[in-house]
Design a protein around this ligand. Structure first.
Ligand code: CTP
Ligand code: MG
Length: 555
């Protein structure tokens, strides 16, 4: 079973690298400090959501005249922006300037008649465009520019990394190639908005909000789309309207607990997506999980979606990660490289199991950057002290308060290079006392582990939870061994780097690409020291000068 999972893991990685998955770019600056005022997370979320509500998704015939297509749609109102992409067919994402245009388009759209089959007449914003007179139109075809949503192939990535000027340049290149594109980001918000339309049939004022790596700025090409059904707006609306001596309440059905309510709501919405949701396939209702969810594939966008409900804390932790990602340009570059490194070595997987998750790895990088001297990132407790009354946020009894205005946080004075940080990251965690210490980004220092899980990373808001409870001792050991090995490789490389023209994998390429590590000459491979020898080497490096107060335990 383990071998099968490992093979699946490898296949999935190759799929990643070959660009079979969808891509995406957020407009955060890479490689240099961006001093322009940064938008608040909530502002960005609201803008994106509103934009998505004015947007439609159209499955187009493969041969289409773009000009005529846009002219046809403009009859319903001006178009703000559009793009095409390919995913088992040609698709267009069209954002109108006004929401009314969408209704106008829906009003002239018919439900297809399918011969012996019957269509469920669900009027969504996902359309199918047919050509009335294909002969006339094909004579006027101009080639359509499709937005490239694929990640680079492993070959291209290898070339890009090998051609880079420095390890820093390699990390920034990897970030540029793997981060979500503007178009992919739009498609993610649009997909949530389309699901919101389905959920709104039951709960008219609901919102379906993306969270996790789609919005926290750490999303890599092809990452899943986490979304949650937010019913809080409904309650708020009612509260605002309340005045005078009377209080109106809806007659409702009661259930034993919040969890049961969530299960019931997700159960019907899952059923609805399955039966009527255009393009929603493989719907699974996983309602007995700690956090009940509906999992499905959205065919047109190619996203694997996880829909939860009542998950505001996760949105808050996405906001926190977004802030950390925006505070210093090195953060995202480092997180992307560590995530890719972990994937390349099958430390992470798209299949749930005893592996480390990307979320845990991100927390580890943040923690490591809090531990630098001077720190590159502030602790969560410090961000809490900067909060004002408006930032106050208590969710289900958990204090989730922190400053939300990025411009109020002073940039770090730390000027360490990405190369040094990557090497030190591997050294730090190659020697971390996982057996007794917990990782805690709230305080930015190790804590005694409150329970015996091999890896303990405190959930920043639900502080009694361990976000890496699933990780087994053997997976943790694999992480530690690979971290030590990678630190050693980078250290050796620093002394004796192959010239870029030699076509030898170097720096990040030497650590990352499975095809590359497989290409290392056998003679070199055999020389690779075993984990314990690497550990000893690292210790000797440290004792010969480098100051390190951390590497004392967990060997
Ligand atoms: N989450 C959490 N505790 C966990 C796992 C997840 O709070 N033990 C929250 C985090 O906010 C996380 C989100 O749920 O960002 C989505 O989880 P997941 O999809 O596993 O992680 P992502 O950060 O989205 O990373 P990936 O790109 O691997 O999907
Ligand atoms: Mg995710």
């Amino acid at each position: 079973c383990f071998i099968l999972l490992t093979v699946l893991n490898k296949i999935s990685l190759i799929a990643d690298l070959q660009g079979l998955e969808q891509a995406g770019v957020l407009s955060l600056c890479v490689g240099s400090e961006d001093r322009t005022p940064k938008k608040r997370f909530s502002e960005l979320q609201n803008e994106r959501r509103e934009q998505a509500q004015r947007t439609v998704l159209i499955h187009c015939p493969n041969k289409i005249n773009e000009k005529k297509f846009l002219k046809f749609l403009s009859q319903h109102g001006p178009i703000n922006t559009h793009f095409f992409y390919e995913s088992f067919g040609l698709y267009a994402v069209v954002e109108f300037c006004q929401k009314e245009s969408v209704t106008s388009l829906q009003n002239i759209t018919r439900t297809p008649s399918l011969g012996p089959e019957a269509a469920i007449p669900f009027k969504s914003r996902y359309f199918n465009l047919k050509l009335r007179n294909s002969v006339n139109q094909t004579s006027e075809l101009s080639s359509i520019q499709c937005s490239n949503q694929s990640s680079p192939s492993s070959k291209k990535l290898y070339q890009l990394l090998c051609c880079a000027e420095s390890v820093d340049d390699q990390l920034n290149t990897l970030l540029r190639e793997f981060q979500l594109t503007e178009e992919n980001t739009r498609l993610r918000y649009l997909t949530c908005s389309l699901i919101e339309d389905v959920a709104a049939a039951y709960f008219p004022d609901c919102a379906v909000r993306p969270f996790g790596s789609s919005v926290n700025s750490f999303g890599k090409l092809g990452c899943d789309l986490d979304m949650f059904l937010d019913l809080d707006e409904i309650g708020k609306f009612t509260a605002q309207k309340t005045s005078g001596n009377f209080l109106m309440e809806f007659q409702v059905k009661n259930v034993p607990s919040e969890r049961v309510a969530t299960q019931k709501i997700l159960s019907v919405i899952g059923e609805c997506l399955d039966q009527f949701g255009p393009g929603c396939v493989g719907v699974q209702r996983i309602l007995n999980a700690r956090c009940p969810l509906v999992r499905f594939s959205h065919q047109a966008s190619g996203f694997q979606c996880d829909l939860t409900a009542n998950n505001r804390i996760a949105l808050k932790s996405s906001e926190l990660l977004y802030m950390y990602g925006a505070l210093d340009s090195r953060v995202r570059a480092l997180v992307f490289s560590v995530r890719c490194w972990a994937r390349a070595h099958s430390l992470t997987s798209s299949i749930p199991g005893a592996w480390i998750t990307n979320f845990s790895l991100t927390m580890m990088v943040i923690f490591f950057l809090q531990r630098r001297s001077p720190p590159i990132l502030p602790t969560l407790d410090y961000l809490k002290t900067l909060a004002d009354a408006e930032d106050k946020c208590i969710i289900e009894g958990h204090n989730c308060t922190f400053v939300r205005d990025l411009n109020r946080i002073k940039p770090s004075g730390n000027t360490e290079t990405l190369e040094l940080l990557l090497k030190e990251f591997f050294e730090y965690f190659g020697n971390f006392a996982f057996n007794k210490n917990s990782i805690n980004i709230r305080q930015g220092r190790e804590q005694n582990k409150p329970e015996s899980s091999p890896l303990h990373i405190q959930n920043p808001f639900e502080t009694s939870l361990n976000i890496s409870k699933n990780v087994s001792q053997s997976q943790l050991q694999k992480f530690v061994d690979l971290a030590r090995e990678s630190a050693w490789i980078l250290h050796q490389e620093g002394k004796d780097r192959p010239s870029p023209s030699s076509n030898q994998p170097w720096g990040l390429a030497a650590l990352l690409l499975p095809s590359v590590t497989n290409n290392v000459p056998l003679s070199k491979k055999k020389k690779k020291p075993a984990s314990e020898r690497i550990k000893n080497l690292l210790d000797s490096i440290k004792s010969s000068g480098a100051e390190n107060s951390i590497a004392t335990n967990g060997r």
